[in-house]
Write a protein that binds this ligand. Structure first.
Ligand code: GLU
Ligand code: ZN
Length: 467
């Protein structure tokens, strides 16, 4: 395993645990990391944090990678493309971790802990009851060799704990939160290897960032208090510290962390609903990142406008109305061919041109498709009152006029105006509602041309009887 030490290049990474699909909050951190690397001509690494064998799944890993590619977040090093610090799945890095565990133990910086989960839970409870923050009491830190051997013969499987040094101050400058200062005395000895032998998060996350040459870690600020632990570990191993930046969480409209009850939360769900990568990225670009550009940005221009120093610590509010705005902007910028492919329904060129400005998601085209080649849904109450106000005689006249005008809307309205004396909205609205079922929508003239004359006439006729 060779280490990368080209620290002249900005190197960022995304380090997801493959335990679910790509949450928009994680997509945002990945995106910022990607932007930072691309902005600086640096490297972006994808590392899969899958040492928790029970919760990690290959399926999730594959989905995460597919979602990232879909968003355009390509990586220079990763599990599939390889790279100088391979392997990029932590489950395959056990050998490297073992050498570091040996070093830590040999130097007295780590020790086996035989405490049973029940004992630890009890100890935490007692500490909480006496008003102290719960942390490991250090029970196994000073076991003699004989005491260890005795526990081993009882078949106890130890975890490995890092021996946190006393009376140290850990300082670092967070890109987002500024100067940070923690006291080691507030931090209990923490687990760096599970009892089943796999590497624990604090450990493998930190040593991999270091050995992979990551210069800038960006992650959610739920990790901010983990950083002093990880820095002590790296210091104990004499490994280089990366820089850290902890960004504010993604929250829903009510200020609570974005979750299922807010609606869609994963990149996959938005993709399936028909949202476009550029729309999602335009929204994420401005979430917790004060942008100097207000308007829609093409993906290719985003790196140049990314400012790590403009990342905010306040929770960032995800808002589907904002997303819909960027989606509309993105749809407007598609070519007719792209737009047609995106609708995915073999629509005619005329239809595509006509509905372009009435569609935010592919599903929005369905009612208009029904207008030109299907059946209208029952009228809503606003539409019903427009029809009632026009009256059956109006529609009888309209059906009769249609026999002369056929699908020429100008001709139809002209004849109808002569015969009923109506004009403007009083003429136009009932026609639109009868023909399309809706009071709003794409231009009526071209829509009328796209439906069969029989259908159009039947729709007008259907309102000509008193009901
Ligand atoms: N696997 C960790 C997570 O998904 C990575 C945290 C980090 O970015 O350091 O929370
Ligand atoms: Zn113990």
């Amino acid at each position: 395993m060779s280490a990368i030490k080209d620290l002249t290049r900005v190197t960022t990474r995304f380090a997801p645990s493959p335990t679910g699909s790509l949450h928009l909050g994680n997509a945002r951190t990945a995106f910022f990391s990607h932007l930072w690397a691309r902005k600086s001509g640096g490297r972006f690494i994808l590392r899969i944090e899958d040492t928790d064998a029970e919760r990690s799944q290959i399926r999730f890993r594959d989905e995460l990678m597919a979602d990232m590619r879909w968003l355009g977040l390509d990586w220079d090093e990763g599990p599939d493309v390889g790279g100088p610090a391979a392997p990029y799945s932590q489950a395959e890095r056990g050998e490297f971790y073992r050498t570091l565990y040996d070093t830590l133990e040999a130097n007295g910086r780590a020790y086996p802990c035989y405490c049973a989960p029940e004992d630890l839970e009890l100890s935490r409870k007692l500490q909480r009851m006496s008003g102290k923050p719960p942390r490991y009491a250090g029970t196994c830190r000073h076991l003699s060799a004989a005491q260890r051997a005795e526990r081993e013969t009882r078949g106890l499987k130890p975890t490995l704990r890092f021996a946190v040094p006393n009376d140290q101050v850990i300082e670092f400058t967070d890109v987002v939160h500024g100067a940070q200062r923690f006291a080691s005395n507030d931090i209990g000895d923490f687990i760096i290897r599970r009892d089943i032998g796999t590497a624990a998060f604090f450990f493998c996350n930190a040593v991999d960032d270091s050995v992979m040459g990551v210069t800038q870690v960006l992650r959610g600020d739920d990790h901010l208090t983990n950083t002093p632990r990880q820095l002590m570990l790296l210091d104990a191993l004499d490994m280089r510290r990366p820089g850290y930046g902890h960004v504010g969480l993604l929250v829903g409209a009510d200020g609570a962390p974005l979750s299922k009850r807010h609606g869609s939360t994963s990149a996959q769900e938005f993709r399936e609903r028909g949202f476009l990568p550029a729309a999602i990225l335009n929204h994420l670009f401005r979430l917790g990142h004060a942008s100097d550009i207000d308007g829609w940005l093409p993906e290719a221009d985003m790196p140049a406008h990314f400012r790590p120093e403009h990342l905010g610590r306040a929770p960032a509010r995800f808002d589907e109305t904002q997303l819909a705005h960027w989606q509309k902007e993105t749809v407007e910028r598609m070519s007719a061919a792209q737009f047609g492919r995106w609708l995915g329904a073999d629509d005619s060129a005329e239809f595509i041109e006509l509905v372009r400005h009435n569609v935010v998601l592919p599903a929005d085209a369905a009612p208009w498709r029904a207008v030109v080649r299907g059946d209208l849904p029952p009228l809503g109450s606003a539409e019903l009152s427009i029809v009632a106000a026009a009256g059956p005689e109006f529609f009888a006249a309209a059906a009769a006029a249609f026999d002369q005008s056929r699908s020429d809307l100008n001709q139809l309205t002209k004849l109808l105006k002569e015969r009923t004396g109506r004009k403007g909205a009083g003429l136009f609205m009932p026609l639109r509602v009868a023909l399309t079922g809706q009071a709003h929508g794409p231009e009526l003239g071209p829509l009328l041309k796209l439906m069969s004359p029989e259908t159009a006439r039947r729709r007008l006729e259907s309102h000509a009887q008193n009901t």
